[in-house]
Design a protein around this ligand. Structure first.
Ligand SMILES: [Zn+2]
Length: 216
């Protein structure tokens, strides 16, 4: 019994340590959790690779939280970084969402500020050693903003590279969908399924079939 518990704990610790080799000290993948000295070690361990998970604050149907995209994209990025060490930038949700300004809780910064803040954020990440910055997009409303931002990096020489990646909500071997995939979009079955993995405590499935307050 005791022996099997020790084995189980070792397996558990190995899985927590993830990408860290034996002998390496445990380093958080969260930028904000590292000390200044540990941050330098983290940048070296990641070989200058940093993730910028990009979410939003917007209504997600009657059943999901406003920060749904932020919570989901951070869940994916943080788990990925634990498998292959990378430093993950703190919460970032300053994207394009003018189309939902009329809904409660939406945070929509101006066009100029979105671009300037993102540029200064990647510049600051690079100044701190992030030479390969992967913007991980969790919000469909950024799908035009982010490729444009990446293209504009050619405007001036940089000592770092920006990559833009999305997260996939479905893949081979997934369970059969319960709803029509053609209309499974914002706050639909696939997105809700992801939220049930990332933050099941915030998913109100009992409210899923309701009309939203204010809908005609
Ligand atoms: Zn969403």
């Amino acid at each position: 019994m005791y022996r099997s518990l020790v084995v189980a704990l070792n397996v558990f610790c190995a899985s927590i340590l993830g990408a860290q080799s034996p002998g390496q000290t445990k380093l958080s993948v969260h930028w904000e959790e590292l000390t200044a000295a540990d941050f330098k070690d983290g940048i070296a361990r990641s070989q200058g690779t940093c993730l910028l998970p990009f979410g939003i604050m917007e209504k997600h149907g009657p059943h999901l939280p406003l920060g749904n995209d932020l919570l989901n994209v951070r869940y994916v990025a943080l788990n990925a970084a634990q498998q292959e060490y990378a430093v993950v930038f703190p919460e970032y949700y300053f994207g394009q969402i003018f189309e939902a300004k009329h809904e409660p809780g939406t945070v929509a910064y101006s066009r100029g500020l979105q671009l300037q803040l993102l540029q200064e954020t990647t510049d600051e990440m690079a100044r701190n050693g992030c030479k390969k910055i992967i913007i991980v997009n969790g919000h469909g409303g950024n799908n035009s903003l982010l490729p444009f931002f990446a293209q504009t990096q050619l405007e001036a020489p940089h000592d770092y590279v920006v990559y833009v990646l999305g997260i996939t909500r479905s893949g081979p071997g997934e369970p059969k969908h319960k709803t029509n995939p053609a209309t499974d979009m914002h706050a639909g079955e696939s997105e809700t399924s992801m939220s049930m993995i990332a933050r099941p405590d915030l998913v109100h499935l009992d409210r899923g079939g309701r009309r939203c307050r204010g809908d005609p």
